[in-house]
Design a protein around this ligand. Sequence first.
Ligand SMILES: [Zn+2]
Length: 297
Amino acid sequence: MIRTVIDIVLAALISVALTLAVVTWSKTSTLERQIAEVQRGVKENSKKIEEAAKEAKAAEEHGAPHGGGGGDAHAAQAAPHWGYEGAMNPAKWGDAFPVCGTGHSQSPVDIKGPFDKATQPIKVEYKSGPLKILNNGHTIQVMATPGSKMKVGADEYELLQFHFHRPSEELIEGKPSAMVVHFVHKSASGKLAVIGVLMNEGKENATLRLVFTNAPKQEGPETLVPAVEFNPGDLFPAKLNYYSYEGSLTTPPCTEGVTFFILKAAGSVAREQVESFPFKLNARPTQPLNGRKILSN
Ligand SMILES: [Zn+2]
């Protein structure tokens, strides 16, 4: 009898001990699982943080997208990043902006003869105003004073903005200039026309000094420099003879239907001025003519 009681007590004790052991083991294993899960979570999060940091860095390098040659500089804000070097260099623009890859009337081009005769002279009537300037991550851009006009024959365009490329995007018989200024105009019907003023390395350009000394080094919104009264026409040479052809925006989305007028007379820019420009390289390589005619006057 006593033995039976001892047996029962022993059995009970063993069962309690076993239960305790099982509970402890399962608790430990649950805890271990939970720790492993948290660790995995931390790892995934830090991966995500790393990726976000990488993306932020890429954004910083390439800058926010913009309409570039176009007037609608903010239309493409949500578009993918692009640049002149790195993963989204000009050869890759077509991956994200189809026209850049498939268009047959793309800009810039290498300008060389034979030329057709241009018959319409261009006339430029720009207005003076305070300097409104921004760094959009791809170039330095100056906003036009409203009422600044350009006329070609019966066509009238209004100047929207002008901006810079280093070196010039246009080649003249295979040769680039140190820089080019693109004056972007829009007609009442929405057609775009760009006048290109090439700048060869030489003596200092006093008008450019006004622009470059006020050019933001970092990407950011438009700033007004009220003390500086400025007329973009001062960047023009005396003679407005030109080469002309039908092309596109030279930046994504590379929209076609843009008429280019590249002035034959070039301005000058000092080497120090070129070097002070915040972008070392912001020129798209030349594109095939695909049978397009270049006019000359
Ligand atoms: Zn341009």
